[in-house]
Design a protein around this ligand. Structure first.
Ligand code: GLA
Length: 349
């Protein structure tokens, strides 16, 4: 039988942050806190049946509040970069906080990752589930309209961790949610992810300017370091990526599947543990970020995290889509429901 339990993780100004544990029959386990819906640990078996925690994270609330590079968090209202933090909706200009060089990043000074969400644990068939909800007030972080968001985590019997997002609003606004776990399939405390091999279902990517804003063009990956059409060891081009492009892989890929259709986005394999992760989504883009900016962070179990010790595969709309007419629009109108499903599906080979 799947199991769901909860306990206190810490307190912020008297408000309790809970830690929910979702467990399936075969021993896989996901631990999620109500701050940001953050996945703090994920235990999956290796090829010999040994369970390890395969996401980077902290063991205390304090670090999540003060120094987390979005470890395990759900990101909103608008993930990724918006040029100048500016956009225009229905003739009105909005200015978001500029919190990343000249850009707005990941929802602002206090994005959804910094909010305490309401939580309800339950089981459904052979899945252990957690429903998180948050109401973002009109004008929060300067986004228009009140937004109701929901994130439902399900850990299935077949070692799949699913996240189903929904959002609606009462004024025209923008939304682009994603999940920001840093995976290391050898175990969170295993150093660089260079020996992982990665396959991305993308023939094109969105080239960026020096501020990591897409220039608007979709470019073929052919003959570039972004060619992950066949599984490729991440280390192979990582140094080149670090030299040529803003300290490493931090790019959006244009998924081959039809825009709103749910399908495979990427597969990652780690040879020592034999762990494999397939990522599915119904979003058009996938940001591959190789933890370039993680520097000497003290993590769980005495770990120290440094550049390239994890990888993020963040399904989403393309960066700066609100200002780029040929990219799928992140605009959400009253009466519409934004739906975004992600699955991180684990197996061994
Ligand atoms: C995303 C961005 C990166 C970085 C991380 C958080 O993946 O693309 O550039 O900002 O989030 O550190």
């Amino acid at each position: 039988m799947p199991q769901v339990s909860s306990k206190e993780f810490g307190k912020i100004e008297g408000k309790t942050v809970e830690l929910y544990t979702l467990a399936n029959d075969s021993g896989a386990k996901a631990e999620i806190i109500t701050l940001g819906g953050t996945l703090v640990s994920l235990y999956m078996p290796d090829k010999n049946g040994k369970f390890n925690d395969i996401v980077l994270g902290f063991d205390n609330l304090e670090q999540y509040l003060k120094e987390s590079p979005y470890f395990g968090a759900n990101i909103g209202r608008a993930a990724n970069r918006i040029a100048g933090g500016r956009f225009t909706l229905e003739g009105k200009e909005y200015q978001l906080a500029v919190n990343n060089g000249p850009n707005a990043l990941h929802g602002g000074e206090e994005g959804f990752n910094m909010k305490i969400w309401d939580a309800e644990g339950f089981t459904s068939g052979d899945s252990a589930c957690l429903k998180l909800t948050y109401t973002s007030p009109d004008g929060e972080e300067n986004y228009p309209g009140e937004m109701n968001v929901e994130a439902v985590y399900s850990l299935t019997a077949s070692n799949e961790l699913k996240i189903d997002f929904k959002a609606s609003c009462d004024k025209t606004t923008i939304v682009n949610l994603t999940h920001h776990s840093y995976f290391n399939l050898a175990g969170h405390n295993s150093g660089k992810i260079y020996d992982h091999s990665l396959k991305i279902e993308a023939d094109q990517y969105t080239p960026v300017d020096e501020n990591l804003i897409p220039i608007g063009e979709l470019k073929s990956v052919e003959g570039t370091i972004f060619d992950f059409r066949k599984a490729k060891r991440i280390g192979e081009d990582a140094e080149k990526a670090a030299k040529d492009y803003t300290s490493g892989f931090d790019h959006n890929f244009v998924l081959n599947k039809p825009e709103n259709q749910y399908g495979l986005a990427a597969s990652v394999y780690e040879p020592k543990s034999g762990r494999k992760m397939d990522v599915y989504t119904n979003q058009p883009g996938l940001q591959f970020y190789a933890a370039n900016f993680v520097e000497n962070l003290k993590g769980k179990d005495g770990a120290f995290y440094n550049p390239h010790c994890g990888l993020c595969l963040e399904p989403q709309k393309f960066p700066n889509a609100v200002n780029t007419p040929n990219f799928a629009s992140p605009v959400l109108k009253p009466g519409e429901v934004y739906k975004h499903s992600i699955s991180y599906s684990f197996s061994t080979e």
